[in-house]
Structures are given as C-alpha cells and as structure tokens.
Ligand binder design. Structure first.
Ligand SMILES: [Zn+2]
Length: 423
C-alpha cells in the first residue's frame, strides 16, 4: 500500500514537473535593429518572442543608468522606435534589452549597434542649366555635391530623369524634358539629392519654358487598311472598329510601355553624339505630339498622340543613324513595325520605325550617318515612310531641336562641357 502511494506521488511529481516545463518559455526573445549605418532621426528595434514579450528597454551611448523601458505585455512582437533627433550628429551606440514573459525566470536578450547620425541634408549646387526651353523640348542640368550620396534624380511630376556622375560622385549631368502633356504652369523640374542617412536636398531648376501648340490631324481609316494590318500585326482577320482599336489603342499602349521601359532603364552612357543629329532625307509629314483623330465610316473611333515625326522619301530608302551610339533594340514592335532604337548616351535615344529591313542588332555600335536599315511600311503605316522619334529617359521630345547645331550647343552641349570641365 505504502509503495503504491509512493509510486503515485513520484508519478505526480514527474507529471507536475513535465507540465511546468511545458508551460515555461525556454526560447529567448529576438531583436532586429535597423541595419543601415547612417540614420537621420531614429532607429527601429523589432523585438519578438513566440510565447510573449515582457519589458523592452533601450539606452544610448553606454548610459545604462538612463535606460528607458516599456512593457510589451505578452504580445509576440513589439516595435520600439529609438529617437535620436535630440542628439548631436555623429557616432552613437544604441543598446536594446528585451525580456520575454516567462513567469519564473524571464529569458533576456540584448543587442548593441553603432550608428552615424546625420541630420543635415547634403550640400548641392546647381552649377548650370539650360536657360530657355519649350513645351515638348529637351534641356540639361549640371549639379555638384559635396558629400557622398546614394541617389541623385530629377523629377518632373511623375517623370524621372537620370544623371551621369563623375568617378568621385561629386559632379552630375542630366538631360531632361518638358513633357508635351505637362502644362507650363505645372512644369517644375526638381533635382533631389538623397544622402546615405535619407536626408534629401531639393533644388528647383529655374529653366524658363515656353508654351506651344501641337497641330492636330484627322485620319480616315479605310477598312482595307485594317484588314491588311490585322493580318500583319494581330495574325487574324478583321476589318472593323474593334480590330482597329485592338491595334491602335491596346497594342499601341503596350508598345509604348516597352519603348519607355527600354529607354528609361538603359545603362548610363557618357554622351556619344558629335554635333547636330542627322535628319534622314525626305519630305516632312506628320509632326511631333500631333493630336490625331481617327475616323471610320465618318465616325470618330479613337484619339491618339503621335510621338515622333514622319519623313517620306523614296520607298525602301536607306535609313541612317542620326548620331553615334549603340543599338539597344532592333525588333518587330507592333504598331512601330520593324523598329531600331539607338542609345546616344546621356539618356538620349533615337527611334526608327516601320522599316522594311534592319541591318543592325542590339549591341552594334553605330556612327552618325551610318546606314542601319531601309524604310518601309511595317506596323501602323499606310505608305512607305520613316517614323523618327527622340526620347529623353523614356519621354518623347521634339526631334527637330536636335537637328539644329546652335540649339544643341547652347541647350545641351554647353552644360555638358561645364560638367566635364572640372574633371
Ligand atoms: Zn509616325
């Protein structure tokens, strides 16, 4: 009898110990501190424990007597913001101590990390910029900076333009545009320089821009054109409004997104152009940023904007590269048909569309005046012509400006030469 009682007692003790062991939290909490080295206001510590947290404390610069604590009251994760903004700029050590919610003996974890506090926006000077430009036109800017920075960009509303920088990262040159669809009153080109701590310096580029109008045009679309183009572009039969819109609206939007992506994401090259851009020979037809109305059987079925200029010469005439550069695209691109894009460096690109023949491929270096293909009527073209466009970092601009040596010199090259002068 006694033995049985003893056995029950022993078993009871084992079960009790097991229950106690199970109910305890043996895992220490974890701490994740902001990983960046440079900060401009504070540091965030993420404390977590899957069985609940207790106290979360921090102290600065080894001053453990000035520890500040908050109770995370059993929650499994807690975000603590350590505000450094009252401290002087420089090196600071942040220590975080976390306990979990175990009732008997809380597990503790601590972590310290050094940060460089920098609350001062980077110093930057707008050294030179294009003085006068026009809506739909191009311009350039040269900015110098004093400290290391992570990022310099130029924004115009939703558009972003990219810089090329010298090896030291202290001199920066960018081309930019006044997008044709941005009203003069809304055109505020802004340079943003962000340092490693996240401080941003903003410089407004005071370029004066002039408004201009874009000549509209109306196009009558014959059913036979839709029939022919739907076979070529969509690989299906159709001669009606829906088929036309599938090409002129849906496909156009896709093709433009592709061209924007290709020209906006191209790696930064030093400007390679040498003097005015070459204009391929032929009569000027459609103009830049022309608003177009499309009619089918006298009914308005679509509105689009023409992003380039059309030049009509002899059929299958040789098409020449407008300036030195490297081919970044040579492919069939929907409404543009066979299409070549040349990167001239400085985030300037030229596009040649509706070609019947392409004699270059991506990676080919081309010189100004070098034949790259032949004109044609592939894509959304009724007759043989060259659709020629100029892009600044994904934004189409007035190509005619770039044919003019005096314009190029005073608007772009003078700024670039300033940028290079200090090398
Ligand atoms: Zn065109």
């Amino acid at each position: 009898m006694k033995k049985i009682l003893l056995l029950i007692l022993v078993l009871g003790l084992i079960a009790g110990a097991a229950l106690l062991a199970l109910s305890r939290d043996w895992q220490p909490p974890t701490i994740k501190l902001t990983e960046a080295t440079y900060v401009n206001h504070g540091v965030v510590a993420m404390a977590s424990d899957n069985r609940g947290l207790g106290e979360v404390c921090y102290y600065l610069d080894g001053k453990i007597d000035r520890k500040s604590c908050s109770d995370a009251a059993g929650s499994t994760s807690y975000e603590l913001t350590v505000d450094l903004s009252a401290l002087a700029d420089g090196e600071h050590e942040v220590c975080v101590e976390v306990a979990d919610a175990d009732r008997f003996s809380p597990n503790r974890e601590s972590q310290c990390r050094s940060y460089t506090l920098d609350k001062v926006p980077p110093r930057a000077v707008l050294e030179s910029a294009t003085r006068y430009m026009q809506r739909g036109g191009g311009a350039a800017v040269f900015v110098s900076t004093a400290e290391r920075e992570t990022n310099i960009r130029l924004t115009v509303g939703e558009h972003q333009f990219r810089f090329i920088s010298n090896a030291e990262g202290t001199r920066h040159f960018a081309t930019f545009a006044h997008p044709h669809d941005v009203e003069v009153a809304d055109f505020k080109p802004m340079v943003e320089i962000e340092d490693l701590a996240g401080n941003i310096r903003r410089l407004l580029v005071g370029t004066v821009t002039k408004d201009r109008s874009f000549k509209p045009d109306t196009l009558n679309i014959p059913h036979s054109f839709i029939e022919k183009k739907s076979l070529e572009m969509l690989n299906k039969e159709g001669a009606g409004k829906e088929t036309f819109l599938e090409m002129n609206r849906t496909m156009r939007a896709e093709n433009r997104a592709k061209i924007k992506a290709v020209t906006a994401a191209a790696p930064s090259l030093e400007p390679r152009w040498k003097g005015a851009f070459y204009r391929n020979l032929g009569a000027p037809k459609a103009q830049f940023a022309e608003p177009r109305t499309y009619l089918l059987d006298n009914e308005v079925i679509d509105h689009q904007t023409h992003y380039g200029i059309d030049i009509a010469g002899l059929a299958k005439m040789p098409i020449k590269a407008a300036n030195d550069g490297v081919v970044i695209l040579a492919d069939y691109v929907g409404i543009y048909g066979n299409c070549i894009i040349v990167d001239h460096g400085g985030h300037i690109f030229t596009l040649y569309a509706h070609l019947s023949q392409m004699d270059v491929s991506p990676g080919t270096n081309v010189a100004k005046g070098q034949a790259i293909g032949r004109s044609g009527k592939t894509g959304m073209a009724g007759g043989d012509h060259l659709h020629y466009a100029t892009y600044v970092c994904g934004v189409p601009v007035e190509p005619v400006e770039w044919f003019d040596q005096a314009w190029l010199q005073t608007r772009i090259d003078d700024i670039y030469n300033d940028f290079k002068a200090g090398e």
